[in-house]
Design a binder for this molecule. Structure first.
Ligand code: NAP
Length: 268
């Protein structure tokens, strides 16, 4: 049997990281080398997650965790620490998958310079859910043919940021296909301009925050006498993000430098 791909998981005790740690433990080709969490440092991840299949030490920082050799470093932490983690991992010769949201284009430009120099791949994915990756692809196809669209993001009432990272990424990707052609420019709105939503990369984005929603994203394309709605809904668990993250971990070593989006390593 071939050797398992070793993975260092930053944020392994978090909502998304814990689900991924369990999936890695259940896979036949991946193994956890070390985990990172400040609260649980010094303990075994298997004990923290109550999963007997996991035997992996937890450290406070990436520098300590990277003393255990790993092929791939996966980050699911917070934007304030993710860039430092990624650069430390590249310095140790690992390929990197970034699930953490909030890193800026300028952060990725810095990371790209290092990753290209050390000839390692960095794959940054704003949403690992395969259904969302497909929605993005289908929406890009639609935007080539339909000149007008708007994005709606729905989330639970206590989500403080708006619009969601997913809606932001969708708007950015569609704007790269082309900018929507509004019949009435937003600044010429009569009444309340805010009712037309926020303009992101030239795309109107509307955020709904209500109890009863988890996270959904919708893009509506309109043409005379016809509309096309593409909508993605996620449940309450982090399960939707697991399969895409596993694909990214398995394929990131085929890349050099920074690449954005899971479709980079999918044959869509
Ligand atoms: N790309 C996707 O598809 C996707 C899906 C889900 C979530 N996300 C993103 O992934 C990130 C994590 O989300 P989450 O909901 O899992 O968050 P979470 O539940 O708060 O977990 C964060 C994890 O990171 C660790 N951490 C945070 N700050 C740290 C630091 N300074 N040093 C070391 N460890 C640190 C936490 O452990 P300690 O607090 O013990 O340090 C915890 O294990 C967010 O940016 C989220 O938006 C992306």
């Amino acid at each position: 049997m071939s050797e398992r791909l070793s993975v260092c998981l930053a944020g392994a005790t978090g909502w998304a990281g814990a689900e991924l740690a369990r999936a890695i433990a259940g896979s036949e080709d991946l193994a956890l080398s070390a985990a990172i969490s400040r609260t649980h440092a010094g303990r075994n991840l298997g004990d923290v997650l109550g999963d007997v299949r996991i035997n992996c030490p937890i450290y406070t920082s990436a520098t300590e965790a990277l003393a255990h050799r790993c092929s791939v470093f996966m980050d699911y932490t917070k934007p304030d620490v993710a860039k430092e983690n990624v650069l430390a991992a590249l310095a140790h010769g690992a390929h990197v998958v970034v699930g953490t949201s909030g890193l800026t284009d300028s952060d990725y430009a810095d990371i790209d310079a290092v990753a290209t120099r050390v000839e390692r791949g960095v794959l940054a994915v704003g949403n690992f859910a395969l259904t969302m990756v497909l929605l993005q692809k289908f929406a890009e196809m639609a935007a080539r043919w339909i000149p007008q669209w708007e994005v709606i993001d729905y989330a639970h009432d206590d989500k403080v940021d708006a619009p969601s990272g997913t809606a932001r990424e969708l708007a950015n990707r569609l704007a790269q296909v082309r900018k929507p052609e509004l019949t009435v420019p937003v600044e010429q709105t009569a009444g309340h301009r805010d009712a037309r939503g926020a303009t992101l990369s030239g795309v109107q984005v509307h955020s709904v925050r209500l109890p009863g929603f988890v996270i959904s994203a919708e893009v509506i394309f309109g043409m005379p006498e016809q509309t096309l709605s593409l909508r993605h809904d996620s449940g309450a668990s982090a399960r939707p993000y697991v399969d895409g993250a596993l694909i990214a971990i398995r394929r990131v070593s085929t890349l050099k430098g920074v690449h954005r989006g899971l479709d980079t390593v999918l044959d869509l």
